[in-house]
Design a protein around this ligand. Structure first.
Ligand code: DX5
Ligand code: ZN
Length: 218
């Protein structure tokens, strides 16, 4: 399966969102949207009204990474705004059963995210319900942080679990991804690469996406 590239809009110029999105969208598989509440993580990014506005700019798949204390509270509104997938943190919802049910009822794909300090075992019991399993390779809250190489063994664990149980989940790695570490992330088993800074802070975001894709393929 080809690796999916999912630029994180968090690193884009928020004054020019439409332009930022339309110049990368034709080159990417997903757009990664980081929703933060200033409570689950120590930062506030953007929410439903912004997602709804940018939905008019592109048809690309919206992968919404929900970093809020109550991630299941707004699932219908997120779908209405144009989200295609929501991923929620196991640290926020230790039992994600209800969140998954609500996501599915609302036509959303869904997944679970684990922080660097949380073992893979925390999400393993729910892996079969996940369309995507997200391994954080930085502490959530901010873009532009250094990649944590220790996350690669967790990607390997997730890949092994998915293969051993015959599951179809994507394995996404999020944080500090560059062309330098993209290859090792894919070798460890990642099928989705999230990259904010490496794409939107590049002089030419479209070529930055191509560079990630080449690194992923090698
Ligand atoms: C961090 C976010 C990431 C981040 C990735 O909380 O979940 O998606 O924006 O950005 P970079 O690639 O800059 O680490
Ligand atoms: Zn993210």
């Amino acid at each position: 399966m080809p690796v999916k590239i999912a630029p994180s809009l968090l690193a884009a110029d928020f004054a020019r969102l439409e332009e930022e999105i339309t110049r990368v969208a034709p080159h990417v598989d997903w757009l990664h949207l980081d929703v933060m509440d200033g409570h689950f993580v120590p930062n506030i990014s953007f929410g439903i009204p912004v997602i709804s506005s940018i939905r008019t700019a592109t048809e690309v798949f919206f992968d919404c990474h929900i970093m809020t204390t109550n991630p299941d509270a707004f699932l219908p509104e997120l779908r209405e705004a144009g989200a295609d997938q929501v991923t929620v943190h196991i640290e926020a919802v230790p039992d994600p059963t209800r969140a998954f049910e609500r996501a599915t009822q609302n036509g959303l794909k869904c997944g679970l995210v684990v922080n660097p300090g949380t073992p893979f075992e925390a999400i393993a019991p729910f892996a079969e319900r996940c369309d995507t399993i997200v391994i954080m390779s930085v502490e959530p809250g901010y873009g532009g942080q250094a990649f944590m190489p220790a996350s690669l063994s967790k990607v390997e664990e997730a890949r092994e679990w998915v293969e051993n149980h015959g599951l179809g989940a994507d394995i996404e790695i999020d944080g500090g991804i560059t062309p330098e570490n993209a290859g090792s992330a894919v070798s460890a088993g990642a099928s989705v690469l999230v990259a904010g800074t490496a794409v939107f802070r590049a002089d030419d975001p479209a070529s930055a996406v191509d560079a990630l894709r080449r690194a992923a393929d090698n």
